[in-house]
Design a binder for this molecule. Structure first.
Ligand SMILES: [Ca+2]
Length: 390
């Protein structure tokens, strides 16, 4: 195998906005250009500031730091730092998009062996084309740097890295930030919260009792929710666990520490709905400081939540209106209704519903029991359109 590739799934919703599919008139088989489709790529977002980001970190990463701008980042060691990429395969050229800065001017960065790019001292987003991705994505700074008052030799500071196939214009999505502890966030805290607290620039609210809930608006598409939390710990307390539920579905079990850490919760579309969604935090163990000899506070504290950052998985921008399906990429097609479909494409496709037998391609029929199918190709194939027949 020519190196390891990143698992990617392309999701196509049909006929524009989800939930507003126009009804094709009875006799017409409408041709739908893929330009018209709402599409998403569930790509790889790497974030060294998170407690864990789904890919194994390798090389020299410094401990995560908190930027005054409200996000976590980490410095690479000058000799390099990166990730071993998750199993799952795509082929073809890729793009690494990074948000980085240098300690002092004159720094450069090589990404996965590609030609080095300049890294300024202000946070900057740079795109680095990669001819081919390897099993490891390593960032190597041009020069070891130091800043005053810090004895470490530093490479570059990394906020996040995204990797996506060339031809898809990136995964960068607009995050919405709920700055818990700030008055502006109060309306989003539903039940089970203590009062707003603040120390210096950092503000938070404690969960009080067995469950605390907050509201997040969503489109119904998959999201990442990054929770910056720390656990209430007392002498003899068991390890803290934070169960996270979305609209009643358990979606994650986190292990918050006593120091602030940002934990990513991947929320599948199946747990979400368009409009208001309730996130419940169920911490354990919980205790009141008064009860465990740690002060007079009578509240049963679980975790302190500093912020919740909600990021859609992908903002759709297919390049030139053509979706390129590369070897090993799975494309999920969410059909609005049963019926016969025909995909126009430049090569053969393999399609199946869940664990059923493969469907015939490019013309296939979906019944009510199968409305989401997965499509793969053995070679690079471009998808040009989709027709539906009642
Ligand atoms: Ca806060």
């Amino acid at each position: 195998m020519r190196g390891a590739w990143i698992r990617r799934a392309v999701w196509l919703g049909l006929w524009g906005c989800a939930g507003t599919s126009p009804e094709p008139s009875a006799d017409v088989s409408p041709a739908v250009t893929l330009d018209d489709l709402v599409a998403r790529v569930d790509g790889l977002r790497l974030d060294p500031g998170l407690v864990a980001d789904g890919a194994e970190r390798i090389g020299g990463w410094a401990p995560a730091e908190w930027d005054g701008g409200g996000f976590d980042f980490s410095w690479t060691a000058p000799a390099g730092a990166g990730w071993r990429l998750p199993a799952g395969l795509i082929a073809g050229p890729a793009v690494a998009r990074l948000r980085v800065r240098a300690a002092v001017s004159g720094q450069t960065l090589s990404v996965a062996g590609a030609e080095a790019v300049d890294v300024p001292t202000e946070w900057t987003v740079v795109d680095v084309p990669l001819a081919e991705l390897d099993e490891e994505l390593i960032l190597v700074a041009g020069t070891p740097q130091q800043v005053e008052g810090d004895e470490r030799a530093l490479g570059v500071a990394v906020d996040w890295v995204e990797v996506f196939p060339k031809g898809v214009d990136g995964l960068t999505a607009r995050a919405s930030v709920l700055d818990v502890g700030a008055p502006s966030a109060r309306d989003s805290l539903l039940a089970g919260w203590g009062t707003n607290e603040q120390s210096g620039d950092v503000s938070w609210a404690w969960t009080v009792g067995p469950e605390a809930t907050l509201n997040i608006p969503a489109s119904g598409d998959a999201l990442d929710v990054d929770l910056r939390v720390r656990a209430y710990r007392w002498e003899g307390a068991a390890e803290a666990i934070l169960e996270v539920l979305v609209n009643g579905d358990s979606v994650a079990s986190l292990h918050p520490g006593v120091a602030w850490g940002t934990h990513r919760v991947a929320v599948p579309a199946s747990a979400l709905r368009a409009g208001d969604n309730t996130i419940a935090l169920r911490p354990s163990p919980i205790a009141s400081p008064a009860e465990v000899g740690d002060g007079k506070d009578q509240r049963e504290l679980g975790v302190a939540l500093e912020r919740a950052v909600v990021t859609p998985r992908y903002v759709p921008r297919p390049a030139a209106g053509r979706w390129r399906l590369q070897h090993g990429v799975a494309l999920s097609l969410a059909a609005p209704k049963a019926g016969s479909y025909r995909l126009s494409a430049t090569g053969p496709l393999i399609g199946r519903c869940a664990d059923q037998a493969p469907l015939s391609m490019p013309t296939f029929t979906l019944d009510e029991g199968c409305r989401t199918l997965e499509i793969r190709a053995n070679d690079e194939v471009e998808l040009h359109g989709l027709e539906w027949t009642p």
